[in-house]
Design a protein around this ligand. Structure first.
Ligand SMILES: NC(=O)C1=CN([C@@H]2O[C@H](COP(=O)(O)OP(=O)(O)OC[C@H]3O[C@@H](n4cnc5c(N)ncnc54)[C@H](OP(=O)(O)O)[C@@H]3O)[C@@H](O)[C@H]2O)C=CC1
Ligand SMILES: CC(=O)N[C@@H](CCC(=O)OP(=O)(O)O)C(=O)O
Length: 341
């Protein structure tokens, strides 16, 4: 029997991507779709690409509307998910695309988010050591941030194998503008973004820094230190992360380490040696493309990874986690096939 699924935040980018994927998922039927200020509007007026749902009216985002579903996806701004999630029945699978339940360290929450700490849920990155088992059968799942997904998947093989000095990790990642959500923001005006790349959240201040660190700490007992700098670039979708750390291994040893680590992961695609990831190859797909080498002059391992921030970076990860939570094959309704050129 098909599972009945609700999506809160259906007028936004994350909720819209979850719906796009659910529309071709063989094991679900779409129940309530809700919004904030756009409640009462037709979905087709806000998400015209979701043609089969064009005539559906967006409901208010309330516990009453969302209850009575097997699965509820929350694509809401930070701080909005916790109250709703806590009021939903314990046996409803709740998958939060926001940050409310990602961090296990309350002091990191206080520093980077503020407001009441809601606790932490199983972390929706199945590829990260131990998480797949925690997500399987879970009824509460926190989908990772988009930068932590791509950076963690780029670095995890090296950190887990102990071939890098984890006290010297540097991540510089360029994101498309959809990462910032649909709500209007001054720095996202077309005239500000078009034809320009810019840095923001510099100097260890971006809220994904503690999330990346938290993930890599699961893989080593050594003191993980991450310098993370996000960049905004003029494209709608995609993140390209360049990650490096001191190493003494050769490029071939590094590549062999990544081959072993990536071999059984359905969505982690290690490119042939010498071929470098590009966001255009992952748009619309749940794949992360990865490549690694060693800069022997600098003595640093360099790993580069690309994801679609709205797919593997949010909506695709959310569906992957739903599959695991419901005991379905993990890849159901998801593809590694991108949209090119
Ligand atoms: N964009 C991305 O790449 C990623 C996003 N995320 C996370 O997903 C979540 C949604 O982000 P995104 O889709 O980008 O943001 P958007 O701004 O595009 O969408 C936000 C959604 O939340 C709704 N909403 C806003 N305020 C309220 C409220 N008070 N009550 C009910 N609904 C409300 C909006 O409805 P309306 O427009 O009708 O007001 C809209 O549907 C965030 O937590 C974000 O951090 C996570 C990873 C990546
Ligand atoms: C380009 C851009 O603005 N990106 C967002 C990250 C989006 C994301 O994954 O994050 P959360 O779910 O943690 O909000 C940012 O830097 O805040």
């Amino acid at each position: 029997m098909k599972r009945r699924v609700a999506v809160a935040g259906a007028s936004g980018y994350a909720g819209g991507e979850v719906l796009r994927l659910l529309l071709t998922h063989p094991e679900v039927e779409i129940g309530a779709i809700t919004a904030g200020s756009n409640a009462g509007e037709l979905l087709g007026s806000l998400q015209p690409h979701l043609v089969p749902l064009a005539d559906r009216v967006l409901d208010e985002t309330t516990v009453e509307v969302l209850a009575g579903h097997d699965v509820v996806f929350l694509g809401l701004p930070h701080g909005q998910s916790a109250v709703i999630a806590k009021a939903l029945p314990d046996d409803t699978v709740v998958i939060d695309c926001g940050a409310d339940f990602r961090l296990t360290d309350e002091s990191a929450w206080d520093t980077f988010y503020g407001g009441e700490y809601a606790g932490s849920w199983p972390y929706g990155l199945p590829e990260l050591a131990g998480q797949r088992g925690l997500i399987a059968g879970a009824t509460r799942i926190a989908v990772p941030g988009c930068y932590p997904t791509v950076s963690t998947l780029a670095l995890a093989p090296a950190v887990a194998a102990g071939i890098v000095d984890v006290s010297g990790i540097v991540v510089v990642a360029a994101s498309g503008t959809s990462g910032a959500g649909k709500a209007p923001k001054t720095n996202l005006l077309g005239s500000e973004v078009m034809g320009s790349a810019s840095a923001y959240g510099v100097g260890g201040t971006h809220r994904h820094t503690p999330e990346i660190t938290q993930n890599l700490r699961l893989l080593t007992d050594d003191d993980v230190r991450v310098s993370f700098t996000p960049l905004l670039v003029p494209m709608p979708r995609g993140i390209l992360a360049t990650c490096s750390a001191p190493t003494t291994v050769s490029a071939d040893e590094a590549y062999a380490t990544y081959q072993r680590a990536c071999a059984d992961e359905p969505f982690v695609h290690l490119l042939p040696q010498g071929q470098w990831p590009a966001t255009k190859s992952v748009v619309g797909s749940n794949a992360v493309h990865v490549q690694v080498t060693v800069d022997e002059t600098a003595g640093r391992l360099v790993a580069v990874a690309a994801v679609d921030n709205l797919a593997k970076g949010t909506g695709g990860a959310a569906v992957q986690c739903m599959n695991l939570a419901l005991g379905l094959p993990e890849t159901t309704g998801l593809t590694t096939i991108g949209l090119a050129p």
